[in-house]
Design a protein around this ligand. Structure first.
Ligand SMILES: [Zn+2]
Ligand SMILES: [Zn+2]
Length: 338
């Protein structure tokens, strides 16, 4: 599983941070949390394939979280998408898509299902697949806002393929049954025990996405025992007044949710543009309060293995963004001749 931070800023895009979007790649699908303006550009700079997006979960209808949605849906149409797409979001999201389609005289031929959610302060399952649950809860912000979690079910253990080959177990249904924990009888009568070839089932991973919100116990309930909590920190601790006024979080608010919920790793996002030239105030406060927690950067990737610690990769594979040195060179090249 891999998280790709497509936009980690709040309100307006800056050179450093685009507005909100986070992709979660698992198996062959991508789940997209929020889709601020410019998200498609960020996807192009990342290793993600746009066509793999199967589910889009919008937290709330502030522009920095969904103004990129209609562009993305239109690109799917232009690319002749056929795979179904599901969108989850607050009431109003379906009307927005309908309105934009109507005035631009556009239609989408791929199967599109929009789920408008009205959920209270108790986390609720909004979708169950064979491999995971998606849950949502109402958090506390200026307008109706949802937070989401992805909770994997127990995953099958790993098959020792070399030993299976040595024992002459053919590829196909026999190996699948073993992976499911069942013993099999081969054609020659030998009984093979699953436990001899397959490791015990792996616990599922839990990822939680909370933005925008001030501290609320609903967040703690949703984030309980998560492997990774992605939480907003629009403001630093010295800007508590603004955080309260606009119903956003400070570093301390996010850390409080993480501690009370007993999460393993905390990643902060949705940083105000006021910190653009003020050094890494938020990162420093975070270091002090919860060593090891991370402030996200645009195009940062977090690889979450089946077991063991997540690994952070700071630059996307396909990033075409010039390095600082190249930028300087390019500026120099553009200077008019004297
Ligand atoms: Zn926002
Ligand atoms: Zn907001």
């Amino acid at each position: 599983m891999e998280l790709v931070f497509l936009g980690t800023g709040s309100a307006t895009p800056t050179f450093e941070r685009n507005v909100a979007a986070l992709a979660c790649k698992r198996e062959r699908e991508v789940l997209l949390f929020d889709c601020g303006e410019g998200t498609q550009h960020q996807i192009i700079r990342s290793p993600l394939k746009r066509s793999r997006i199967r589910k889009i979960l919008i937290t709330h209808l502030h522009g920095d979280h969904f103004y990129g949605l209609i562009g993305l849906l239109t690109s799917f149409q232009l690319n002749k998408r056929e795979e179904p797409l599901q969108i989850f979001g607050p009431p109003g999201i379906a009307e927005y898509v309908r309105f934009m389609k109507r005035i631009s005289e556009t239609d989408f031929n791929y199967p599109l299902k929009i789920h408008e959610l009205t959920i209270g302060k108790e986390p609720q399952t909004i979708l169950e697949t064979t491999e995971y649950w998606l849950e949502a809860v109402r958090v506390r912000h200026r307008i109706y806002t949802l937070a989401y979690s992805l909770v994997e079910k127990l995953r099958p253990g790993r098959l020792n393929a070399a030993l299976a080959a040595e024992l002459g177990i053919p590829e196909g249904p026999e190996r699948r049954l073993l992976k499911e924990g069942r013993d099999i009888t081969l054609k020659d009568g030998r009984i093979i025990s699953s436990g001899d070839l397959v490791t015990p089932p792996l616990p599922g991973r839990k990822i939680v996405y909370i933005t925008d919100s001030t501290y609320t116990t609903a967040s703690v309930d949703l984030a309980r025992k998560a492997d990774i909590l992605i939480h907003e920190s629009t403001y630093d601790n010295d800007d508590r007044k603004n955080a309260r006024r606009t119903q956003h979080s400070t570093v301390s608010d996010a850390v409080q949710v993480a501690r009370e919920a007993g999460v393993r790793d905390l990643i902060l996002t949705h940083v105000s543009s006021r910190y653009l030239n003020r050094g890494n105030v938020i990162q420093e406060q975070l270091e002090q309060e919860l060593p090891g927690a991370v402030l996200a950067a645009d195009l940062m990737r977090v690889v979450i293995p089946a077991s063991g610690r997540p690994e952070i990769i700071y630059r996307a594979r396909n990033s075409s963004r010039p390095s600082r040195k190249n930028e300087k060179d390019m500026c120099a090249m553009r200077k008019p001749e004297q």
